[in-house]
Design a protein around this ligand. Structure first.
Ligand code: ZN
Length: 323
């Protein structure tokens, strides 16, 4: 693929959300849909292979909550006598490493899984986790996207319906509180943001917020317009995340450096707002997408945020589509 030579990618940062950005970077120009499709297929394989051999690394956070990194999006696990409660399922091929990491935490079985959204790198582990006892909870739109053929335009890719065991058996469309392992767990739908099915998970006593893919720590985020995402939705979700956090809250991003905080989240929100304003001004003035990219509306932020596969032109495209 030549991808790793061209980009300072660490294995842990491979994620399914980034395929088109990577395809763009690899060739230096926009791909035709057919080329993008071929590239995307190659990258799916690459990402799966990468996850299959990547270690899953546990980080103890606070109050029986551990973060597992190495299988797609960041996974959170709450342990205790009621059973393990997981936020996100990772990529299915990581089952051996995840099984080992999970049993290293505590002996209880896995009883609950919540999907922050439907994407492959957060939910393709649903089937095996269900087979070992997890009840799956998700937003009703996540169930819909997992149940049907789902096209993601920016990846030029059609996802097949998930197997029956992978489909969430319980859906939410409004806030919901659970009590498990002595912890108060709040599930809060964001409204359309990264997708139309994003849900945050707050562990009350431990003061931990899992923001799913509404927050990418230190890197430009992917936004999935095919299933309801938008730049304005991402900004609104960032405001909701900031409102839910205090200076001592541990914030788990969907991707990027695991274990973040309110001040880093603020920088993410400010970056989104600034680029949105600049791109909107250019688009309003009649600039085409190519002219907008040439004006470099992300320039002030690229050194910090543009070092990953969602590169400046691709992120500009994601913002331009929504303003
Ligand atoms: Zn995602």
């Amino acid at each position: 693929m030549g991808l790793q030579q061209k980009h300072p990618l660490s294995r842990r940062h491979f994620c399914f959300c980034c395929m088109t950005g990577a395809a763009f970077v690899a060739t230096g120009s926009w791909l035709t849909p057919r080329q993008a499709y071929a590239e995307a297929r190659g990258l799916v394989t690459l990402i799966k292979e990468s996850a299959a051999s990547s270690p899953v690394i546990p980080y103890k956070l606070r109050g029986n909550v551990t973060l597992l990194e190495g299988s797609g999006g960041n996974i959170a696990v709450l342990t205790g006598p009621d059973g393990k409660f997981l936020v996100d399922a990772g990529i299915s091929v990581s089952r051996p490493q995840l099984t080992q990491a999970l049993s290293g935490l505590s002996p209880e079985p896995i009883t609950h899984l919540i999907n922050t959204h439907w994407h492959f790198d957060h939910a393709s582990g649903n089937d095996w986790l269900h087979s070992v006892g997890a009840k799956i909870i998700a937003h009703e739109n996540t169930r819909k996207h997992l149940s049907e053929i789902q096209r993601v335009e920016d990846w030029d890719y059609n996802f097949l319906p998930s197997p029956a065991g992978a489909i969430p058996s319980e859906v939410i469309s409004a806030n919901r509180t659970l009590k498990l392992n002595g912890a108060s767990i709040e599930l809060k739908p964001y409204g359309p943001a990264h997708t139309d099915g994003d849900v945050s998970v707050i562990f009350g006593e431990a003061d931990i917020l899992h923001a799913g893919d509404t927050y990418w720590n230190g890197i430009y985020p992917f936004i999935d317009y095919s299933t309801g995402g938008s730049i304005d939705g991402m900004i609104a979700a960032s405001e909701a995340n900031l409102a839910a956090a205090t200076d001592s809250t541990i914030i788990i991003p969907g991707h990027g450096r695991p274990g973040s905080n309110k001040s880093e989240l603020k920088e993410f929100r400010d970056m989104l707002v600034d680029i949105r304003d600049k791109v909107a001004t250019l688009k309003k003035a009649g600039r085409t997408f190519e002219e907008t990219v040439a004006a470099k509306p992300t320039a002030a932020h690229d050194a910090k945020w543009g070092q990953f596969v969602i590169d400046p032109p691709f992120f500009t495209k994601l913002v331009y589509a929504g303003v």
